[in-house]
Unconditional design. Sequence first.
Length: 380
Amino acid sequence: MSTLGTTVRDLQRSLFERPDDLMLDIGAGGELLLARLRAAISLLLFLLPLLNWLTDGTLQETLAGLTGVILANVLAQAWLALAKHRRRYRWLPFVTSASDLGMVTLVLVLLLRIDPAGALNSMVVFAIYLLVIFVTALRNDGRVTLFAGALALLQYGGLVLWTFLSQPPDTLLFSPEYGTASVSNQAQRVVLLVATTLITAVIVYRMQRLVAMSGIDGLTGLPNRALLVHRVPQMLEDAREEGAPITLALIDLDHFKRINDELGHLAGDRALRHAVRCLREPAEPGEMMIRIGGEQFVLLLRHPMGTAWERVEALRRRLADTPFVPEAGEAHRSMTFSAGLASFPQDGADVSSLMRQADLRLRAAKRLGRNRTVARDEPA
Ligand SMILES: Nc1nc2c(ncn2[C@@H]2O[C@H](COP(=O)(O)OP(=O)(O)OP(=O)(O)O)[C@@H](O)[C@H]2O)c(=O)[nH]1
């Protein structure tokens, strides 16, 4: 029961809360993929007015179709340009979903004027509502899925209601090609919209869980090495464009083997969690800590070298002043770390050169007696 409760709470969080930056970055990749697909499909749509003209359609119909397709292409190109932009626009998935749904509703309104029963019974147009909701899963953001589902319900439900209410009483909405549009078959479609929204929301939730599981270290709850490889290069790229400073600190706990040897591996795990709590609890905005393996961590600071050194020194003193208590009543153990710093772009233009430089300085810190932060090259 508690597992079910936890799942429901997690699901709620994934649907209503803003996902973290990693999730949003993955979603921005999905948005770009979708924008490319939309642009390609919009180009293909030019075939429709052409075919209409070739198959003896009226000039008025062809021109109306052409105007619609041009509008779809202009929008698709605008969304593509925004999705490609370096700056991630957090509102973009909401606006593009609304625009896609708006286009479907526009087509439906035009069809309703010609053949109301045919418009309401057309499976092709209705299926596009379902597709638009379904592809929100690529944005990795439950709020976008709920938004698209609610908007589709509002627009489609509104059109159905308006169509039925605007008919004279006892009129049968019938189309020779599409049959009768009845209240019950329209109600089924509304249920289908709700079901698609819920299924898509669950897919988003599962995708978020998978990303979290593959990118988070189970022992400490910190992001793991995967984040260093996938996210930090983009962070450096953004810093380069903005001319913002970034300093990478490579942190290694001192004599950690002794804790394991003397107190056992489980106490060693608790000591690791204790150290991480000490280093994380006063986290500054924009600061990111990654467990890259064993008792080694990378701390990314949005500061130039001098300020970063002061910050890491403050953390070092904090850990040294907060002893680890293995079990209630047992003797306290003092813990310390050594750190090597490298700043971007002076010490390296990419993650591996920054790591190499920070590692050299970390080794120097260990050599010089541990429990210190080294920010310059020391003679070997
Ligand atoms: N309990 C526990 N121990 C770990 C974990 N990961 C790595 N270790 C231990 O961390 C210790 C690292 O030892 P060393 O690399 O020799 O370094 P150290 O003892 O910290 O010494 P210096 O780094 O030279 O100060 C090893 O005993 C590993 O078994 C973990 O997740 N849990």
